[in-house]
Design a protein around this ligand. Structure first.
Ligand SMILES: Nc1ncnc2c1ncn2[C@@H]1O[C@H](COP(=O)(O)OP(=O)(O)O)[C@@H](O)[C@H]1O
Ligand SMILES: [Mg+2]
Length: 238
C-alpha cells in the first residue's frame, strides 16, 4: 500500500515537472493577454528597428544566466509564427539547453547533431503545434560548444536556414560568461541585449553591450525583463 502511495507521489511529481515549462508559452496559451500583446509590440519594434536591413535573424543574449532569454525567445518565436512567418527558434545555448523543455515535442539530435554531421538539417528541425513555428533544439551537450558555433559548418548551416525561413531567433548563453553569443552575433542581422531588472547590474549590462559590439553585432535594442510586473503566474517584459 505504502509502495503504491509512494509510486503515485513520484508519478504526480513527474507529471507536474513535465508540464510547467510549456506553460511559459503565454503567447500560445493566452494570445489575448496583455503579456502576449507586449510580445507582439516587441515583434513590431524588431521589424521596424532598421530601415536599411530586414531583421530576418535575431539573437537574444544577456550578461548573466537566468535573465529570461529562453522564455522571451520562445514567446517571441510564437508571435512571429502567429503573424504567418515561417519561424525557426534555434537553441544556441549548447551549454544549458532549454528549448526542448519548453517544446517537449522537439526531439532530435538538434544543432550539435548537424554540426557533427550525424544528421541532416531536415532531420534536426522539429515542427511544433504552433502553426509556422519550427524549433532546432541544441542536441547533445558537446564538450566544445564554442568550437562548434564558430565553425565553418555553422556558417554553412546558418546560410541554408536563412534561405528557408522567414524569421530566425537564436537563444544563446550569457555573453559575460562564454564567447558563444559573440560568435553567433557576427552571423545574425540584429542582436538584442536582455536586462533583468532584479538581476543584471548596470556595470555588467554595459560590459555585455561592449562585448556584443566587439563581436560586430548590429545591436538593435534591449528588452527589459521586469520581474515586479509578473502577473497571474505569467511573465512580463517590455
Ligand atoms: N519576469 C520574470 N519573472 C519571474 N521569473 C522569470 C522571469 N523571467 C524569467 N523567469 C524565470 O527565470 C528562470 C530563468 O529563465 P530563462 O528564460 O531560462 O533564463 P536564461 O535563458 O536567461 O538563463 C526561468 O524559470 C524563467 O521562467
Ligand atoms: Mg536560456
Amino acid at each position: 500500500m505504502r509502495k503504491a502511495k509512494n509510486k503515485m507521489k513520484v508519478e504526480s511529481r513527474h507529471r507536474r515537472k513535465k508540464s510547467t515549462e510549456p506553460q511559459k508559452l503565454v503567447a500560445k496559451i493566452s494570445p489575448k493577454s496583455p503579456h502576449s500583446e507586449l510580445f507582439r509590440s516587441i515583434r513590431t519594434n524588431i521589424e521596424f528597428s532598421s530601415v536599411d536591413k530586414i531583421m530576418k535573424s535575431i539573437l537574444i543574449t544577456s550578461s548573466e544566466p537566468d535573465s529570461g532569454k529562453s522564455l522571451i525567445c520562445a514567446n517571441l518565436a510564437v508571435v512571429f509564427a502567429q503573424q504567418g512567418k515561417k519561424t525557426l527558434l534555434i537553441d544556441g545555448d549548447l551549454r544549458k539547453p532549454t528549448v526542448k523543455k519548453i517544446f517537449p515535442e522537439a526531439m532530435s539530435h538538434g544543432l550539435t547533431g548537424i554540426l557533427t554531421s550525424k544528421i541532416t538539417i531536415n532531420e534536426a528541425i522539429c515542427g511544433t503545434d504552433v502553426e509556422n513555428l519550427y524549433v532546432l533544439p541544441a542536441g547533445i551537450v558537446p564538450p566544445n560548444p564554442s568550437e562548434l558555433l564558430g565553425s565553418e559548418k555553422m556558417k554553412q548551416v546558418y546560410a541554408e536556414l536563412y534561405e528557408v525561413f522567414d524569421q530566425i531567433i537564436f537563444d544563446t548563453p550569457p555573453i559575460q560568461l562564454v564567447v558563444d553569443a559573440q560568435l553567433l552575433c557576427s552571423l545574425v542581422d540584429g542582436a538584442i541585449l536582455l536586462v533583468r531588472s532584479d538581476h543584471s547590474s548596470r556595470e555588467n549590462s554595459k560590459k555585455a553591450l561592449q562585448k556584443l559590439q566587439s563581436g560586430s553585432a548590429h545591436v538593435i535594442g534591449s528588452i527589459f525583463n521586469n520581474q515586479k510586473m509578473k502577473m497571474e503566474g505569467y511573465y512580463y517584459a517590455e
